[in-house]
Design a protein around this ligand. Structure first.
Ligand SMILES: *[C@@H]1O[C@H](CO)[C@@H](O)[C@H](O)[C@H]1NC(C)=O
Ligand SMILES: *[C@@H]1O[C@H](CO)[C@@H](O)[C@H](O)[C@H]1NC(C)=O
Ligand SMILES: *[C@@H]1O[C@H](CO)[C@@H](O)[C@H](O)[C@H]1NC(C)=O
Ligand SMILES: *[C@@H]1O[C@H](CO)[C@@H](O)[C@H](O)[C@H]1NC(C)=O
Length: 448
């Protein structure tokens, strides 16, 4: 037996070791557990069959085998054999891709009772195709989503009932407006369904490529580009290329180049570019299927300082995100084109750091020249905006499935899922506090 002082000392040493033992790491999945609801194949994988009949999705006319667009879980085929990062991506296939990425999520639970959020792997936009493509189905577009609602009500109904659907989310690869036709509209308007007007889905969070002006149900996520790196090295090497690229062209517009029937911002852009040389304005004719051929516009975008983003059929466009990835400073003509849409990914307060805004009325009605406005932006200012843009670019990229967030940082999917979890947490807390009437006045936290 050691003498007492030594024992005493030993006790002190032991107790200080115990005190120094760090607290157990906080559980990284606390409050973030996701349950992926198992749905019958008719709600997801069966719908991929549309690629062969309905329209050629991302399939090149000469594609063999057909349905090549489905390759790589919806990213599409690679643009060429040697690339590891570039794909012919059709944004309508974001639904299967997002599903695939959720399967990679670190905080999944088999037990819906433990889940903080429930993901519905429903390929909603693909399920809408028959209403749009088959004339006999047009009159039934008010029932888009009803079979899913019936399934959720009939099978393990407690999963849905537990939080009145407030913890459920899904991805809809399209603009929210296309799914917002009132169910009782008669005659039915072509090209849209009533999915987001179904009362059964009132409380779900739906990720869309574009949101409506006062979204309660949806939140917008970036349109996917064709760049899907699988490692940090590939992401960095592309960003370095965009950073050092020589940019002899002042501004670029990639999109439809036919003359619009009425004066609008696109018409003004085309008129301004008509008499300009290629170093002032480059036009990329994307009236065809440009998105399947990213080389056609990515090369010119790497050579341009500014990329013009006029609204098209809807306010947002994929080209905005192509420009971000290319380090080509986007020029917006209305806030609905991005600023009021993608707050989780590109916080509204940061737009002036990486983009230029020229109100469309000033151009169309006020005679403001876009070329003149952009030509006077000092070179250091352009460089500064481009740096900021390339800093933000990884946030809007959809990295390839199977790659890791630890290595590459949060991408578009990670940020969307975190946003959904925050929104659901706020709503569930409000419910648990017994303040359901406050639900509808909750703000979305559109900040980093
Ligand atoms: C790409 O690779 C595939 C399979 O290795 C090969 O069959 C095909 O010919 C290649 N295509 C080109 C354009 O090199
Ligand atoms: C939506 O949430 C509200 C408030 O929790 C609830 O009263 C309502 O029944 C829910 N709607 C559906 C369709 O579950
Ligand atoms: C769809 O409904 C309209 C009336 O709302 C009717 O005139 C039309 O014949 C219907 N079309 C089909 C294919 O049933
Ligand atoms: C472009 O040039 C043509 C012929 O030189 C001229 O008629 C037209 O007014 C010019 N358009 C603009 C927008 O300057």
């Amino acid at each position: 037996m050691p003498p007492r002082p030594l024992l005493f000392l030993l006790l002190i040493v032991l107790s200080s070791i115990t005190a120094a033992t760090p607290e157990p790491e906080p559980d990284p999945c606390a409050g973030r557990l996701i349950h992926i609801r198992r749905l019958p194949a008719r709600f997801n994988t069966d719908l991929l069959g549309h690629c062969g009949t309905a329209f050629p999705l991302a399939d090149h006319p000469s594609a063999t085998p057909s349905c090549a667009s489905l390759a790589n879980h919806g990213l599409g085929p690679r643009t060429h054999n040697r690339t590891r990062s570039w794909y012919r991506t059709d944004e309508r296939l974001l639904e299967p891709f997002f599903h695939r990425r959720l399967l990679d999520h670190h905080c999944l639970t088999e037990d819906p009772a433990l889940a903080d959020a429930v993901f519905l792997p429903y390929y909603a936009a693909l399920d809408a195709l028959p209403f749009v493509l088959e004339p006999a189905m047009l009159n039934y577009s008010g029932v888009h989503g009803v079979p899913l609602a019936q399934f959720l009500a009939a099978n393990s109904p407690h999963i849905l009932a537990r939080r009145h659907g407030h913890d459920h989310f899904l991805l809809l690869a399209g603009p929210a407006w296309d799914y917002s036709q009132p169910p009782d509209t008669d005659p039915r308007l072509w090209g849209t369904t009533s999915l987001l007007r179904r009362p059964e889905f009132d409380n779900f969070t739906v990720l869309t490529l574009e949101s409506r002006a006062w979204p309660w149900q949806e939140h917008a996520v970036p349109h996917p580009t064709s760049f899907h790196p699988s490692s940090l090295a590939r992401l960095r090497s592309w960003i370095a290329r965009a950073r050092r690229s020589r940019r002899p062209t002042l501004m670029l517009y990639a999109g439809t180049v036919s003359k619009p029937s009425r004066p609008n911002i696109r018409g003004s852009i085309l008129a301004e570019c008509a008499n300009r040389t290629a170093d002032v304005c480059a036009l990329v004719d994307c009236s065809g299927a440009c998105t399947l051929d990213p080389i056609r516009y990515m090369r010119p975008m790497l050579r341009a300082k500014f990329c013009l983003q006029p609204p098209g059929d809807t306010p947002t466009r994929r080209s905005t995100f192509d420009a971000v990835v290319a380090g080509c400073v986007p020029v917006f003509f209305e806030s609905a084109s991005a600023r009021t849409q993608y707050g989780w990914h590109l916080p509204a307060g940061t737009y002036d750091e990486f983009s230029v805004t020229i109100p469309k009325d000033a151009v169309v009605l006020g005679g403001v020249q876009i070329v003149e406005t952009l030509a006077v932006v000092p070179e250091e200012e352009v460089t500064r905006m481009r740096e900021r843009l390339l800093e933000l670019a990884p946030r809007v990229v959809y990295r390839r499935h199977g790659s890791s967030a630890e290595e590459m940082g949060q991408d578009a999917v990670d940020i969307a899922v975190e946003g959904v979890l925050r929104r659901i947490r706020r709503r569930v807390r409000t419910l648990e506090d017994g303040r359901p009437e406050d639900l509808y006045s909750l703000d979305d936290d559109d900040h980093i």
